[in-house]
Design a protein around this ligand. Structure first.
Ligand code: B12
Ligand code: SF4
Ligand code: SF4
Length: 330
C-alpha cells in the first residue's frame, strides 16, 4: 500500500462499485468507517423511551449503543463502509379477503438476509482476490449496524417520516446492507436531501399512530413489531382492532407514500412471491403442524414470527372478522 496514489484509490473504488452493481445491487455508496455520534443520541433516546418494546436483543449489554454505532466495534481495522441497497419490489397485489391474512412485501420472496448477505460476501471474495490484504465483514440487518443511518450517510436516500429510507429511483422498497472493509477508498460526500416536504400521508394512514413524530416509530404500537417480533401470547387489543388484515408485518405507511410511484420491478428473481402467495389462508395457518410450517418457510423471513406467532396473528384476524360479520346483523 506504500505506492498508494489518489489515482489507485479512485480506480479501486470505481472497480468495487462496478462489481457491486454487477452482483445486482441497485445503489452503492462508500463512506469512512467512523462512529455515528448524532445517530447514537437518537438511538439512545429511542431505547430510553422504551420504543424498542421487548427487542432486548438490540441492547444486550451497556455498550450496545456504542457497538451499534461504531463499525470498528464490529470489524477491527475498519476503514470504509460500502453501503448497498437492493430493490425488492415485484408487481404483485395482495389477496384481499377476510379468509386471508396479508404478508408484508418484504417477506414475499426468499429471506433478504440470505440474498443480500450472499451478494455482499461475493463482493468481499472478489475484493480479496483483486486487492492484496483486503478483508471485511458483511452486514445486513442482523449485525448491530444502523443500516438506515449508513444509507443516508452514503447518499443512497433520505429517512422518510415513516422512518424507512426512501430512494429517488426505487422508492422505499429496498433492503439495506453494508460491507465494512479495511481498504481505504474514495468517499461519497453528496447527501440526498429530505424530499418529504409537507406531506404527512404515512403518519395519517398509520392505523395505530405508531409514527409518534417525524422519523420516530414506537415499536410497541407498530403492527409490524406486534405481528413479527413480539413473543406475547395475544396481540394487544388496540393492535388487534386495527390490524387491517395484516398477518405478518405491515406495509401501510409505505403503500401510501407518493415516492413509491417510482417503484419498479426488481431483476432479483428470489424476491418473486414464493408459491405465488402474498397472503395466507387463515384456517390453514391454524392447521399446520410444526414440521409443515418449518418445511414451508425454510429460507423465508416469515420463520422469524414462529408458528406460534403466526397462529396468534391468524386468531386475531379471524376474531376481528367474526366480530365485523356479527355487527352486520345487529
Ligand atoms: C428494529 C427494527 C425494526 C423495528 C423498529 C423499526 C424502526 N423504525 O426503528 C420494527 C419491528 C417495528 C421494524 C419494522 C419494519 N422494518 Co425493520 N428493522 C429494524 C432494525 C433491525 C433496526 C432499526 C433501528 O435501529 N431502529 C432504532 C431507531 C432509533 O433507528 P433509526 O430508525 O435508524 O433512527 C434514525 C431515524 O429514525 C432518525 N431518528 C430517530 N430518532 C430521532 C430523533 C430525532 C430528534 C431526529 C431528528 C431523528 C431521529 O434518525 C435515526 C438515525 O439515523 C433494522 C436493521 C438494522 N440493523 O438497522 C431493520 C430495518 C429498518 N427494517 C426494515 C424493514 C423493511 C421494516 C418494515 C418495512 C417491515 C414490514 N413491512 O413490516 C417495517 C417498517 C416499520 C416502520 N415504519 O419503521 C428495513 C428498512 C429498509 C429501508 N428502506 O429503510 C431495515 C433497514 C432492514 C434492512 N437491512 O433492510 N423494524
Ligand atoms: S408499519 Fe404499519 S403500524 Fe408500523 S408505522 Fe407503518 S403503518 Fe404504522
Ligand atoms: S408518505 Fe409523505 S411524509 Fe411519509 S415518507 Fe412518504 S413522502 Fe415522506
Amino acid at each position: 500500500m506504500n505506492s498508494e496514489t489518489p489515482d489507485n484509490r479512485r480506480a479501486r473504488t470505481a472497480a468495487i462499485k462496478h462489481k457491486a452493481r454487477e452482483l445486482g445491487f441497485h445503489k452503492v455508496g462508500i463512506v469512512p468507517a467512523v462512529a455515528l455520534d448524532a445517530e447514537r443520541e437518537h438511538l439512545e433516546a429511542w431505547f430510553v423511551n422504551g420504543f424498542h418494546a421487548d427487542m432486548n436483543w438490540m441492547r444486550r449489554d451497556d455498550d450496545a449503543t456504542k457497538r451499534r454505532t461504531d463499525p470498528r466495534e464490529i470489524f477491527a481495522g475498519a476503514r470504509s463502509v460500502i453501503v448497498v441497497a437492493l430493490n425488492y419490489f415485484t408487481a404483485h397485489e395482495h389477496e384481499e379477503s377476510p379468509a386471508h391474512g396479508k404478508l408484508s412485501r418484504y417477506a414475499w420472496g426468499d429471506d433478504y438476509h440470505d440474498v443480500v448477505g450472499e451478494k455482499l460476501r461475493a463482493l468481499l471474495a472478489w475484493m480479496s482476490d483483486n486487492f492484496a490484504g483486503a478483508a471485511g465483514k458483511a452486514c445486513c440487518d442482523i449485525q448491530p449496524m444502523m443500516d438506515k443511518a449508513w444509507a443516508v450517510r452514503a447518499g443512497l436516500g433520505w429517512i422518510g417520516k415513516h422512518s424507512n429510507v426512501i430512494t429517488r429511483d426505487y422508492g422505499s422498497w429496498v433492503f439495506l446492507g453494508e460491507l465494512i472493509t479495511n481498504l481505504e477508498l474514495e468517499y461519497d460526500t453528496q447527501i440526498e436531501s429530505d424530499h418529504c416536504g409537507s406531506c404527512r400521508l404515512c403518519i395519517e394512514a398509520c392505523p395505530t399512530d405508531a409514527i409518534i413524530a417525524d422519523r420516530i416509530v414506537d415499536a410497541r404500537k407498530c403492527i409490524s413489531y406486534q405481528t413479527i417480533e413480539s413473543r406475547a401470547a395475544t396481540l394487544p387489543d388496540d393492535i388487534a382492532h386495527a390490524q387491517n388484515g395484516w398477518l405478518y408485518g405491515c406495509d401501510i405507511c409505505q403503500d401510501v407514500c407518493p415516492w413509491n410511484r417510482f417503484e419498479k420491478p426488481t431483476a432479483e428473481e428470489r424476491f418473486t412471491p414464493r408459491a405465488n402467495e402474498t397472503a395466507l389462508e387463515l384456517v390453514q395457518v391454524l392447521a399446520w403442524t410444526q414440521e409443515e410450517y418449518a418445511a414451508r418457510f425454510r429460507h423465508s423471513a416469515i420463520k422469524r414470527a414462529k408458528l406460534s406467532g403466526l397462529r396468534r396473528n391468524a386468531q386475531a384476524l379471524l376474531q376481528a372478522s367474526s366480530e365485523t360479520s356479527r355487527g352486520d346483523f345487529e
